[in-house]
Design a protein around this ligand. Structure first.
Ligand code: ZN
Length: 142
């Protein structure tokens, strides 16, 4: 009997034991095991959108001030109003996206939670059993 035959026998025995264990293992305990992984793209998208949005908002603010100062009162007022509207809309949209993240694995809707201990946001997929690290810190910890 060569070493390969012995290994094959051992392997078959081990897989038998493993299968047996799988059947006898208490199921609820297994389903609670979550793995964590960094979300591949949400944090990058979020940050990019955040900085672009603030750039546009700042540009609206400066432009409306310049136009109002130079007696372009109608367009200046329009820009000032859109500046005022764009802030709550941007924050609302970003919060909406933060709480409606898709799972990169199965495209299911994730449940976003605040991990206060680690001071960061996490999105949980109950189907894949993965806790996605969104890549966004809570507050100024980032
Ligand atoms: Zn998933």
């Amino acid at each position: 009997m060569g070493p390969t035959k012995g290994h094959a026998f051992c392997g078959a025995l081990m897989s038998n034991i493993r299968q047996h264990r799988k059947l006898t293992m208490p199921q609820p305990e297994r389903t609670n095991v979550m793995t964590s992984a960094p979300h591949p793209y949400f944090g990058i998208w979020f940050r990019r959108f955040f900085f672009r949005a603030w750039f546009v908002i700042a540009a609206l603010f400066v432009l409306s001030l310049l136009l109002l100062k130079n007696d372009f009162s109608v367009i200046g007022a329009v820009l000032a109003i859109s500046f005022g509207i764009s802030i709550p809309f941007t924050i609302g949209y970003l919060l909406y996206r933060l709480y409606h993240i898709d799972c990169p694995n199965c495209h299911a809707q994730l449940k976003t939670i605040k991990n206060v201990k680690m001071s960061k946001y996490e999105a949980v997929c109950n189907r894949c059993k993965i806790v996605w690290d969104v890549g966004i810190g809570i507050g100024n910890s980032d």
